[in-house]
Ligand binder design. Structure first.
Ligand code: SF4
Length: 577
């Protein structure tokens, strides 16, 4: 039996593509469980295929799956339905299974209105999906009423079996890294908090289960051996058990994994010791849900965090050289210009170096959605419209679209105008053991101002001056390779070639084998018409992809015909080879 697992596309374009472009971990866990039990499984990331149905038909033609399972996060359910229709067109006998948080809460709606969906796996999918595959293989005529956690049409009506008990030991699950390669990993399932805009409380019943440090780090090692060196730790709150996190960090350090990772936490879930270990183990970013500067609005979201907790977490995180990212929600119940002022005032106090602002939306499984249904008598049939989700303000007569959009503009513009000041005020802990890591942190941040998101955003003023300041600060801590290179390039861009030469030469003294520093140096020399030196510099790095081409240019400008011919023939050999 051939199985294809699909992560479908979203129908709307997103501001933060990175938040939704990766296949959810759950699909890898299901895939690993099936492979570990001898089934042929492929996983398709259909996130980018919304406008390319021919590609999907091509995959279906190549793979000829008997069963296609979909990971539905609610907002991508239309992508799932579109692809399910294609599956049935190619092979009407193929079985279509929906799973994931979006399908779990809408199982009845999906089975009522979409005949192309045969089964819905509710909740944790690994064992339920495996039992369903075994059932399908036996081609029994009876309905699978014995499989807990499943839903299907029984005598034409949507029907669900008993809820499945949660997996007691997460470590008992086959390790996805044994079968697939990916960047998102997790330590836990569930979150103890009860935020009203979040589906986690209803999905996991506010209970949390943990992998062991051994499982988590072994997974990281296996992925690192496959070439993955940057990880997103996608737990709702990674630091729930501080001793476990410290154990993990100790192991990453002891095994010299040399990995970099980003995590998510709560502002009341971190302290100095944990942050110190996380930084030493390669953590470069922690995202925190702040949601609003208004206490009243946070209370409405049941986000039980105090302003003191928020301030302390952001302050400490940055002091340990970890970028603290803030999530804000706006356009929710009670939002006004005054509450936006309070959010901007909080932003000024906590100085986040990255911030994401979302309009509050409602989706099944959240307390706010249930409240909306009760208030208005609406049913799940609203999801028959081809929309991803519903923005809260559309359900609240006291909020207009114009007002909410202006709230968003105020937040983004206000935040970005403060950002260079936040960068200037970074206060790092004075611990010599952390100096190299501080340099790494500052040069990473500098790069976002010189070459990354903040470089191209017109709302960020003085981006190059900020980058120079950060690169220079980085070098005060440690001879950081990225800082030499980035600073050399920024000086080049500012036509401050002598300073560029000086910093790149200093960099080469510390990083003698760096191709990037030598290439940047050669470029600066050429901009100063110092072709013989540039050529000499390039001849020391003949393996750099641009070296030969630039050496030829130097020869030409130096009118060295012999050199030019020699290097031209070398270029031809390289192109032929
Ligand atoms: S928003 Fe975060 S803290 Fe709140 S319930 Fe969801 S996962 Fe937990």
């Amino acid at each position: 039996m051939k199985i294809l697992l699909v992560y479908p596309y979203f129908i709307d374009k997103r501001i933060n593509e990175e938040d939704v472009s990766a296949i959810p971990m759950g699909l890898y866990y299901v895939g690993a469980m099936l492979r570990a039990n001898g089934y042929a499984v492929d996983i398709l990331n259909g996130h980018h295929l919304g406008s390319a149905p021919h590609r999907i038909y091509q995959v279906l033609g190549e793979k000829q799956p008997d069963v296609v399972g979909f990971s539905i996060l609610h907002a991508n359910r239309w992508g799932g339905i579109d692809i399910a229709r294609m599956v049935k067109k190619v092979n009407p006998k193929a079985t279509v299974v929906f799973g994931g948080v979006g399908a779990t809460f809408l199982w009845k709606h999906l089975l009522t209105h979409f005949p192309e969906i045969d089964y819905v796996v509710r909740g944790e999918g690994e064992h339920c999906f495996l039992e369903l595959i075994r059932f399908l293989q036996k081609k029994r005529a009876k309905a699978p009423v014995h499989i807990d956690g499943l839903a299907f049409r029984n005598a034409g009506e949507p029907f669900k079996t008993e809820d499945r008990k949660p997996v007691a030991q997460l470590d008992s699950l086959p390790m996805p890294a044994d079968h697939f390669s990916f960047q998102h990993i997790s330590l836990t399932r569930g979150c103890p908090a009860g935020c009203t805009f979040c589906g986690s409380p209803a999905l996991w019943k506010r209970r949390v289960r943990f992998h062991s440090a051994d499982y988590f780090v072994s997974q990281m090692v296996r992925l690192r051996d496959k070439g993955v060196s940057f990880f997103y730790v996608s737990d709702d709150t990674f630091t729930l058990k501080r001793e476990l996190v410290i154990d993990i960090c100790r192991r990453i350090i002891a095994q010299r994994l040399d990995v970099v990772w980003a995590a998510i936490s709560r502002v009341d879930g971190v302290d100095e010791e944990v942050l110190g270990w996380m930084r030493r183990a390669g953590c470069t970013q922690i995202s925190y849900g702040v949601e609003s500067g208004s206490r009243e609005i946070r209370d409405r979201y049941r986000k039980r965090i105090s302003e003191a907790d928020i301030g302390r977490a952001f302050d400490l995180t940055v002091r340990y050289g970890i970028l603290a990212r803030a999530y804000f929600i706006y356009g929710g119940p009670g939002e006004s210009n005054q509450s936006i002022d309070e959010s901007l005032a909080l932003i000024r106090r906590i100085r986040p170096l990255s911030a994401i602002f979302y309009i509050l939306d409602l989706f099944p499984g959240t307390a706010l959605y249930e409240d909306y249904k009760q208030r208005t008598g609406t049913t799940d049939d609203i999801w028959l419209d081809r929309v991803e989700d519903m923005l809260y303000f559309e359900t609240d007569a006291t909020l207009s679209k114009t007002a909410v959009l202006s709230f968003g503009r105020r937040l983004r513009e206000g935040y970005l105008s403060m950002l260079p000041e936040f960068a200037r005020k970074i206060d790092l802990i004075d611990d010599p053991e952390l100096y190299a890591l501080h340099a790494d942190f500052l040069s990473r941040l500098a790069l976002t101002f010189s070459h990354g998101d903040y470089a191209i955003n017109p709302l960020v003023e003085n981006n190059l001056a900020t980058a120079v300041m950060l690169f220079e600060r980085s070098l005060q801590y440690h001879p950081d390779h990225r800082a030499f290179w980035g600073l050399g390039l920024v000086y080049q861009h500012l036509r401050r070639f002598d300073e560029s030469l000086a910093v790149l030469k200093r960099g080469i003294e510390h990083h003698k084998t760096s191709l990037d520093l030598r290439m940047a140096l050669a470029n600066s020399l050429m901009r100063l018409n110092r072709y013989p030196e540039a050529r000499q510099c390039l001849e020391a790095i003949p393996d750099h992809p641009r070296s030969v081409e630039l050496i030829i240019r130097c020869c030409r400008l130096m009118r060295d015909r012999v050199g030019e011919q020699t290097w031209m023939s070398r270029l031809s050999r390289l192109q032929l080879g």
